[in-house]
Design a protein around this ligand. Structure first.
Ligand code: TYD
Ligand code: MG
Length: 452
């Protein structure tokens, strides 16, 4: 291997390449590739044989790892039932979304329930962190606070203190003197995370690493370390909304796709134990263009309102604006409505939005999206007490989705009395809901809007 090999690195995902490109082939990020100094020496030849590794079978008497509860139910849920000792957790998110707030609250909560907890800030002075703690009403929590960016000193400190949990805020500010690169560069972030994860495993300390999501590509994003850690959580929210969602995208000790819902208030984050009620709370009189989707996030049913606005377009190419949903999915549904049901949206601007700042990724939302679009176009409101779910295939058929029973139960709990769903769904135990099962989009359109 040549010594001058890959010297360009993607700051979003860490992939390396030999030449610069505007777009990373590995993760698709734009403008994220920067030049990094190549390592001075390539890998050495393997040399003499190593020792033989003992191999075992898969049977085990070991009990599952004991988990420490944070005292914050939403956080415990996303972690898969609490904090696993000696695990490494990455919490990623946009700057200013509330990561430091969340983790300071978590630290205080863990500390109060008896976990020795160290919080290291590389971004803020300790006075700043203490002021935030005061605002959050946490000054009496036995959290040990440090402000430092040298990872060598931090690891020495952690080694001496041996806490149960250490929080490192943020990985982009940490630096190792063994790596000749600026803090925040791909090589520093990767090396620092590697040291931290190793330390967690070796010394039995759970470590939470904060990582800022970066758009400009000047500093490395959290994706660079995603593969090293046990658990990856993303803290998300729409600007201008107070709701924040903590989403597990990887979890070696629990279900991924699990979400925890929080609300940002003047006194920090408060937990939202019934997200459905929250996402629907702003609904008033029935209005055309609104449909309630009975979704599943992880193991939990969540009801969200999908809103559409359809208006004649003054433009040659009508607008398609989507918030909280995949825009490709909207195009597909519009195409199916036109080709299979005969309802065109040509010459019409389409705006689609998930209320409350929620993001919906399930294909099961298709039917609710189609319903909102049709309702807006035909100017006919969908009954206020109806939920919808089902996947739409390219042929226009409605396909049953998983966890029908859970979706219906949640809807019934929130006072909904009827559901539109695909034929062949397994509704399970009767919830007392009126079920309107339909085979395809044409049948749905005919029954709901008398058109098609
Ligand atoms: P912060 O936790 O500093 O974000 P991050 O660490 O992800 O960069 O959160 C900063 C934002 O949160 C800031 O805009 C102010 C807001 N905030 C509140 O609304 N209420 C609060 O109690 C606190 C502490 C912050
Ligand atoms: Mg912060």
């Amino acid at each position: 291997m040549s010594k001058s090999a890959p010297s360009f690195t993607c700051t979003a995902c860490g992939a390396s390449s030999r030449k610069w490109a505007g777009r990373c082939d590995a993760c698709g990020a734009w403008n994220s590739i920067i030049e990094e100094a190549p390592l001075s020496s390539g890998p050495k030849p393997l040399g003499p044989k190593g020792k033989q590794v003992p191999l075992t079978d898969l049977a085990t008497e070991e009990a599952p790892p004991p988990r420490a509860s944070s005292g914050m139910a939403e956080l415990d849920l996303v972690l898969g039932g609490g904090l696993v000792p000696a695990s490494a957790i990455l919490v990623g998110g946009d700057p200013g979304i509330g990561k430091s707030t969340l983790l300071l609250q978590a630290a205080a909560s863990f500390a109060k329930s008896g976990v020795k907890c160290v919080y290291i800030s590389g971004e803020e002075a300790s006075a700043q962190v203490r002021m935030r703690a005061q605002r959050l009403g946490l000054t009496d929590a036995p959290v040990m606070l440090g402000t430092e960016t040298s990872l060598r000193d931090i690891l020495t400190t952690l080694d001496a203190e041996r806490p149960g949990l250490a929080i490192i805020d943020s990985i982009q500010t940490m630096w190792l003197d063994t790596v000749e690169a600026a803090p925040g560069s791909v090589s520093q972030v990767r090396a620092a995370a590697h040291e931290l994860v190793n330390f967690a495993k070796r010394r039995g300390v759970a470590i939470i690493i904060v990582g800022h999501v970066t758009k400009e590509g000047q500093i490395a994003g959290p994706r660079v370390v995603e593969h090293m850690v046990d658990t990856v959580l993303y803290f998300e929210g729409e600007r201008g909304h107070q709701f924040r969602i903590l989403r597990a995208v990887k979890n070696r000790f629990g279900a991924s796709d699990e979400i925890g819902v929080f609300e940002m208030t003047g006194q920090g984050l408060s937990e939202v134990t019934n997200p459905s009620a929250l996402f629907l709370s702003t609904r008033d009189a029935p209005a055309p263009g609104s449909a309630v989707f009975a979704g599943i996030e992880g193991t939990r049913p969540v009801l969200t309102e999908i809103q559409a606005l359809v208006a004649p377009s003054p433009l040659g190419t009508p607008r398609r604006t989507v918030v909280g949903l995949d825009s490709g999915r909207l195009s597909t549904i519009l195409a199916v409505l036109e080709a299979r049901v005969g309802i065109p949206f040509t010459g019409l601007d389409v705006f689609l939005n998930v209320a409350g700042g929620m993001r919906v990724t399930e294909p099961a939302a298709d039917l609710a999206v189609a319903a909102a679009l049709l309702s807006a176009r035909e100017d006919v409101a969908i009954p206020r007490d109806m939920v919808l779910f089902g996947e739409i295939s390219l042929s226009g058929a409605l396909r049953p989705v998983s966890q029908t029973e859970n979706r219906l139960k949640e809807a019934a709990k929130l006072g909904f009395t009827q559901a539109a769903l695909p034929k062949g769904s397994k509704p399970g135990a009767q919830t007392g809901m009126k079920l309107r099962e339909m085979a395809d989009l044409t049948a749905f359109t005919g029954e709901m809007f008398g058109a098609g």
